[in-house]
Design a protein around this ligand. Structure first.
Ligand code: 13P
Length: 314
């Protein structure tokens, strides 16, 4: 059984100077694309589901797809994770549904309230052997119903607060605000991540796993294809991959990627439908969309440094 929590993955990632890719799944093709990349690369994997994904596909479908993935790939350690749980009740629901990891994102609440709700989730989850990611500081951008702040630079995680937060809440990993942003329109100019924030938190919390959200690079090749074939995304911009690679070598153990999956599949589907206007068999565009995801994820695993690390994370 390769369904695992994230403890061992993060321990190995910290030791080895790499990060685990946490990819958002919404349907079968996206999941298959991600998983076939991970299997070829022999990487550990975090499959994450948002409330939006749950609403779109239904948890029984998502769980059934994930169960097939887990049973067909016993050599790949796979954690299932709730992305951006907004309340204790949401987190409880995912714990009860068998997820091995949940995120409580109470980062918009005042510090004390964030600690209180995180602690409540930790108590419930730990009693059932489930790990908890929390968030302190705020990101920019928009992802589904998670709307970020305008000026990311003013809402970075404060290192001393991070120490107090982790100690008092008991969370297992912490999503930090270090200049990233959700979605395809992250920045207007080439961003500089606050590596000093990551460094300071890591110094104050040695051995503690940090998480980076909003980590899509918004790869030019997909944006260009989308624009070429009828799309309209002129100002899309993401986090440069060198920055992601650098963070992965630091205390960032989990890197969240959703937008790059969406762009890869959309670009390929747009291209096929534009080039073959008489095509009406969904398999003829969803299949190549799935392949595009696979190729993109293989590349990401390389950037994160987690190719070949499946066995040591079991
Ligand atoms: P992107 O929008 O950069 O892919 O970030 C996804 C994410 O952080 C999910 O929690």
């Amino acid at each position: 059984m390769a369904l695992v929590g994230t403890k061992k993955m993060f321990e190995m990632a910290l030791k080895g100077g790499y990060a685990i890719g946490a990819f958002n799944v919404n349907n079968m093709e996206i999941t298959q694309g991600i998983v076939s990349a991970v299997v070829e690369e022999k990487s550990p994997l975090i499959l994450q589901v948002s409330r939006g994904a749950r609403k779109y596909a239904g948890i029984s479908y998502l769980n059934a797809i994930i169960n097939v993935v887990v049973s067909e790939n016993p050599d790949i350690p796979i954690a299932t994770h709730l992305d951006h749980g907004d309340t204790f009740e949401t987190c409880k629901q995912f714990v009860d549904d068998g997820f091995t990891s949940v995120m409580i994102d109470a980062s918009k609440l005042p510090f004390e309230e964030n600690i209180t709700v995180t602690k409540k989730v930790v108590e419930y989850a730990h009693a059932r052997d489930v790990v908890v990611e929390a968030e302190l500081g705020q990101l920019g951008g928009i992802e589904e119903d998670v709307v970020g702040v305008e000026d990311v630079g003013k809402h970075l995680t404060e290192p001393d607060q991070a120490v107090e937060f982790v100690e008092r809440s008991g969370c297992d990993s912490l999503a930090v605000a270090c200049g990233t942003s959700h979605g395809a329109y992250k920045f207007k100019i080439e961003p500089k991540l606050a590596f000093d924030v990551i460094e300071k938190i890591a110094e104050k919390l040695p051995g503690f796993p940090l998480v980076m959200h909003g980590s899509s690079s918004v790869l030019r090749e997909f944006v260009d294809l989308i624009n070429k074939y009828g799309g309209d995304m002129p100002d899309a911009m993401g986090v440069p991959e060198e920055a992601i690679g650098k963070a992965a070598k630091m205390a960032i153990c989990k890197v969240n990627i959703d937008t790059d999956l969406r762009l890869a599949v959309t670009a390929k589907i747009r291209q096929i439908l534009a080039e073959r206007p008489s095509e009406f068999d969904p398999r003829k565009y969803l299949g190549p969309g799935r392949e595009a995801i696979k190729d993109m994820v293989k590349h990401k695993l390389d950037v994160l440094g987690c190719s070949g690390k499946a066995a040591e994370c079991m």
